[in-house]
Write a protein that binds this ligand. Structure first.
Ligand code: NI
Length: 176
């Protein structure tokens, strides 16, 4: 079921989400289905459970090719629960980000360029991957949602935060 996405300013987006313990449960399966439906309907690169008002440490992400991020390497379709990120290099990269909770806008956001992330899938099976560049950016963006952080809070140069149609005139970009 497609769910409403909370918008920046809603205090529910600022909470620290709770860990999942009921792996394989119908409740968790239904949550993940709703997140997948909502992400697909909004053409997002990822979504976190708090964005649909569910305060659990669940994110999904995946990009085959996305018009907003031309040239970005594909990111595997992933359900990631109770994620933990380890930074493998202190080097940061800056890049444009959008968010379904901040519709119509983009910001220039620093992220670590090389990370390891661990967690579990919907059945509780461990996930342990390293990621670089755009893949690493997507994971850091989604996991930030679980700690109540939205990408505008990460922007250092607020002159590079604005409305899509003003930043990229003539380009057709979706919300996320
Ligand atoms: Ni987001």
């Amino acid at each position: 079921m497609i769910r409403d996405v909370l918008k920046m300013g809603d205090p529910r987006l600022l909470r620290v989400a709770e860990p999942v313990s009921d792996f394989g449960s119908p409740h968790l399966r239904a949550l993940i289905e709703d997140m997948l439906d909502t992400m697909a309907a909004r053409d997002g690169a990822g979504i976190a459970a708090p964005q649909i008002g569910v305060n659990l440490r669940v994110v999904i992400f995946g990009v085959e090719s996305h018009p907003n991020y031309p040239g970005a390497e594909p990111v595997p379709q992933t359900v990631l629960i109770n994620p933990v990120i380890e930074v493998l290099s202190p080097l940061e990269q800056e890049g444009w980000e959008g968010c379904l909770s901040v519709p119509g806008m983009r910001g220039w956001v620093p992220r670590f360029g090389h990370i390891r992330y661990r967690g579990a899938d919907a059945q509780g099976k461990p996930i342990d991957r390293t990621a670089t560049d755009f893949h690493a950016r997507v994971v850091q963006h989604e996991c930030d949602h679980l700690d109540g952080i939205l990408y505008p809070q990460r922007i250092r140069d607020l002159t590079r935060f604005g409305f899509i149609e003003a930043l990229f005139p003539g380009q057709k970009l979706s919300d996320d």
